[in-house]
Design a protein around this ligand. Structure first.
Ligand SMILES: NC(=O)c1ccc[n+]([C@@H]2O[C@H](COP(=O)([O-])OP(=O)(O)OC[C@H]3O[C@@H](n4cnc5c(N)ncnc54)[C@H](O)[C@@H]3O)[C@@H](O)[C@H]2O)c1
Ligand SMILES: N[C@@H](CCO)C(=O)O
Ligand code: NA
Length: 918
């Protein structure tokens, strides 16, 4: 019965909607032309099917598609057209063009072309005034009312604008006729405005009469433009047919019966197959000019559509259709190919610029589809608003059609024990709200009846609060009510979808997404129709909330905004790995990692959308600003575009580590190879872990022990499954492992230390390794992870830094002086070898005795600890389950690539916790 075009500019083949399919789209005249050529080929089309509901992302052109169950069956364009049910010959095709579409003479000509291409036999086109004209007309009235003579010049401007457009568009007799009408109208208006000026007042009907001229002129111009091509065309002054009754609060009710009678009379007098009708204007039953108020032209089109029982009403505008969320806030928002009537009006109630809900009512009665299309991109398929499309998918994702937000709200909370079980409290509250004329946007009351909260526009809240204080003065002073409280700066996020009804898990998914983005929910409402879940949150969180929810339901990419602190050896290796892997993550895992900032100790670079990882080194040299950690963190956390933020600390700095608590509190995830936080003061560590366990914010530190080796995760796995850790023993230092694996008498001890430093195994200051501090920190980390409450100072450590070198002020000085101790080391090695033993530096977590040790020990040459090479770590877990034979993890435990890899895998773990496929 109705149809809509969706075609690619170059299709070699096209896909037809199944006959009778609710999404059948009819090719437009442009695609008819295209369809005759076989040269066309498909371009990249990314369409994902949610059952029968086609969501088209970034269509380069148009397509014909059978969207039933992912099954796109190629057919030729001719077949597609043959099987498409075009509107029946006698059915009206109604179009509406808004002010922007009618903005210039060229655009009016384009509108004419679109109309002429519509193959329907009968076409009724509703138009708005040229853009800005309605405002200009209201301005005339305002000026005249306030006795400002400049209304005369302003009227001249209106005249000039229309004359210029008409001269561009028309010629000959048509132009002369239009201009003489324009002249006559303008001189009438001049007289009327003069009268208003003298009276200093305009009644509503005077004002409506003046303002409505914009539509009269645009309709006439368009009708002449169509006639120019030889197509018979009439124009309709809708004040002759559309009868409406004012209902107060700036609304009107159409009188369908009377309007239908008048329409029949109009047709009897002026039969025509193409009619251009004025939008916005109408008449009262007493024949006084009036208007349909806000969005009036859409309403005109819907009323007329229902009067003529149109096959379809097409609303032409300047956007591609209805998006799943405001595309200015959610760049991955998709155009919805269909929306049910209910969904469309839920969306409009919730701030989405779809269609005014009243526009939907007239056409809904007759199941007339409304199609929203972009006049500036007629290849875009648009959105069809119709009855609930049949056999939609039951996927959770398909249940939520779209998200809408409303800003600038305040919550009012009326609370007190005296409300419970007292009939009439709600009536008293909302009676007071009504008395000040405020509009209530959502209401929520929990079943304890202890409080009622509701949202009103911020600009109305002062009056509401004052009225409630007056109304409940007594109850407040008697203590029956404890407070009437206002919470400012709120926004609403609403998830809309007909299929949310009776589908479990939708709200859980929504709230999970919000929780993971660390967004606090102030109030919730869901009516039992279940079409809509409304969440009230802080206005500043709203865009992030919208993005977090949208990405969860629409399976768009899990986007992680990353801040890298410390682009030293590990930091820069990680940046390299991120660069190399970014495309694969995007393509295969739907993860979009954006490095929003990199800070060293002196300089930092920040970006709003993500740093180009092939350029960051140059940028840090040339475009950097002075490092400022607060500013850096603020930049990351204030970015509204990315709901999920993570700071990756690749320093060895204690002061950086001291911020983790605050960052986690702000909802910023933290990932680090830096051991300082977990091996620092016990109370701080415990505070950090407690916070992290109680929040949805993650703190991962796998690379602090054994670099990329799965040490922490293995230990966690044992503990979480109920195993009991008895002892963890191992070689935890890559540096010391390397040194003792390679110090075999052929090279001096100091040479081997230099090699380890060169290879990137050592801490920024190698004394941290040789003093045993680094190993002690790892022992502490594992001990605390196993439940022991130890401080670093509780661990006895055998330091390998000679007494005389402990006072060296720099690492370089230490390295320079180290060779003077080579003799001592040679002796120690010789002694061990004489006994058939090797030297190994080990750490022990003795969980049974609640203690830790760090020592240089000798092992027989056949001991597993003697078999290592390179920077290998080996860690043996002795547990209740692994008692006879310990569970052993072994492999390189230091070095840039493996450490950065460990950090990277923590980042991916975070992404998967946040919803990315894993
Ligand atoms: N090298 C390894 O094999 C290895 C293995 C596991 C863990 N780690 C850990 O990784 C971390 C980094 O080690 P690395 O070898 O890359 O050291 P590095 O010295 O090469 O890098 C550290 C970087 O952090 C910067 N920095 C220091 N303080 C800073 C501050 N306050 N703000 C911003 N930047 C600051 C430094 O300028 C330097 O660029 C350390 O915590 C280390 O313990 C290293
Ligand atoms: N310096 C450390 C790096 C790994 O934490 C080591 O040598 O083991
Ligand atoms: Na590890």
């Amino acid at each position: 019965m109705w149809s809509l075009a969706v075609a690619s500019p170059h299709p070699a083949a096209a896909f037809a909607f199944a006959a009778g399919h609710p999404l059948r789209h009819r090719p437009s005249a442009a695609s008819d032309r295209d369809a005759n050529s076989q040269r066309w080929r498909w371009e990249r089309i990314r369409a994902c099917s949610y059952g029968s509901s086609l969501r088209i992302r970034h269509l380069p052109g148009r397509l014909y598609g059978d969207v039933s169950k992912n099954n796109l069956t190629p057919v030729t364009v001719e077949q597609a057209e043959a099987s498409a049910q075009l509107p029946k010959g006698d059915m009206w095709s109604v179009h509406k063009f808004g002010g922007t579409c009618m903005g210039t003479s060229q655009r009016i000509q384009n509108v004419a072309d679109i109309i002429l291409r519509d193959p329907s036999e009968r076409k009724l086109v509703v138009v708005s005034a040229m853009s800005k004209v309605t405002d200009m007309m209201y301005n005339l009235v305002n000026k005249a009312q306030s006795r400002d003579d400049s209304y005369i010049a302003a009227l001249d401007e209106v005249f000039e604008k229309h004359m210029a457009a008409a001269k561009d568009l028309l010629g000959g007799e048509d132009l002369a006729r239009f201009l003489s009408q324009l002249h006559a109208d303008v001189s009438n208006l001049k007289a009327m405005l003069r009268a208003i000026c003298i009276a200093g007042h305009a009644t509503e009907s005077f004002s409506d009469f003046v303002v409505g001229h914009g539509e009269l002129w645009s309709a006439q111009m368009l009708s002449f433009a169509i006639k120019k091509s030889g197509t018979p065309c009439s124009w309709m002054d809708t004040r002759e047919v559309l009868v409406v009754n004012p209902t107060g609060s700036n609304q009107v009710d159409p009188d369908y019966i009377e309007s239908e009678k008048r329409l029949e009379k109009w047709f009897a007098r002026r039969p025509a197959d193409t009619i251009i009708a004025t939008g916005f204007i109408a008449t009262t039953p007493e024949d006084i000019p009036t208007t349909l108020k806000r969005d009036g032209s859409d309403f005109s089109a819907a009323i007329i559509g229902s009067l003529v029982k149109a096959g379809q009403v097409t609303i032409w505008t300047d956007v591609d259709g209805v998006f799943s969320a405001d595309p200015r806030k959610v760049s991955e928002a998709v155009i919805l190919s269909t929306l049910s009537y209910q969904e469309a009006w839920e969306m409009s109630y919730f701030g989405a610029n779809v269609l005014h809900p009243r526009t939907i009512i007239p056409v809904m009665k007759y199941n007339i589809p409304i199609v929203i299309r972009n006049m500036f991109d007629i290849s875009a398929p648009g959105t069809m608003i119709c009855q609930q499309p049949a056999n939609e998918s039951d996927d959770l994702e398909a249940c939520v059609k779209a998200f809408a937000t409303i800003d600038k709200l305040a919550l009012v909370n009326v609370e007190g024990t005296g409300m419970a079980g007292v009939p009439g409290t709600a009536s008293a509250i909302f009676g007071a709200v009504k008395d000040v004329g405020a509009n209530v946007i959502m209401i929520s009351q929990a079943s304890s009846e202890h409080s009622v909260c509701f949202a009103v526009p911020e600009k109305e809240v002062a009056a509401v609060s004052a009225a409630l204080h007056v109304r409940f003065r007594e109850a407040l002073s008697a203590g029956r009510l404890s407070k009437v409280e206002v919470i400012h700066n709120c926004s609403i996020l609403a998830a809309v979808g007909l299929k949310m009804a009776s589908t479990p898990g939708v709200s859980a998914t929504l709230f999970d997404a919000l929780a993971k983005a660390n967004i606090n929910v102030r109030a919730i409402a869901q009516g039992c129709s279940e079409y809509n879940i409304t969440v009230v949150l802080k206005q500043e969180d709203c865009v992030r909330a919208l993005r977090a929810a949208h990405s969860r339901f629409f399976l768009s990419k899990t986007t992680l905004a990353v801040g890298i602190i410390g682009p030293g050896l590990i930091g820069r290796t990680l940046l390299n790995q991120l660069k190399d892997q970014a495309a694969v993550l995007k393509e295969n895992m739907n993860i979009d990692l954006r490095v929003m900032g990199i800070t060293g100790s002196r300089n930092m670079v920040l970006s709003d959308t993500g740093i180009d990882l092939t350029q960051w080194k140059e940028q840090l040299k040339t475009e950097a600003e002075q490092a400022d950690l607060n500013k850096f963190v603020h930049h990351l956390s204030e970015n509204q575009l990315f709901p999920n933020r993570v700071l990756v600390d690749c320093t060895a700095d204690t002061s950086v580590a001291s911020h983790y608590y605050d960052w986690l509190k702000k909802g910023i995830h933290v990932i680090t190879p830096n051991k300082k936080a977990n091996s620092g003061p016990l109370d701080r560590y415990l505070k950090l872990r407690t916070l992290q366990r109680a929040s949805y914010t993650h703190y991962f530190y796998e690379a602090t022990v054994g670099a990329g080796l799965p040490i922490i995760s293995t230990l966690r796995g044992l503990l979480e499954t109920g195993d009991k850790i008895l002892r963890i023993e191992g070689i935890f230092s890559g540096t010391l492992s390397y040194i003792f694996n390679n110090f075999e008498g052929t090279r001096t001890f100091s040479d081997v230390v230099s090699e380890a430093k060169e290879a990137g195994y050592t801490e920024p200051d190698p004394r941290d390794d040789l003093s045993g501090t680094d190993v002690a920190r790892k022992v502490i980390i594992l001990a605390r992870e196993s439940g022991l409450r130890l401080e670093l100072s509780d661990i006895p450590v055998r330091s390998l830094v000679p007494e005389a070198l402990r006072s060296c002020s720099t690492a370089d000085e230490y390295m320079q002086k180290l060779p003077s101790f080579d003799q001592d080391w040679a002796r120690e090695l010789k002694d061990a070898e004489a006994a058939g033993e090797v030297l190994r530096y080990v750490g022990v977590v003795d969980v049974v005795n609640k203690e830790g040790q760090v020592e240089l020990r000798r092992y027989k040459k056949d001991h597993p600890f003697a078999q290592l090479s390179g920077s290998d770590n080996i860690i043996a877990f002795t547990t209740s389950r692994y008692k006879e034979q310990p569970l052993i993890v072994r492999g390189p435990g230091a070095g840039a690539e493996v450490t950065a890899g460990g950090v990277f895998s923590d980042i991916l773990r975070l992404a998967s916790y946040l919803g990315a496929p894993s």
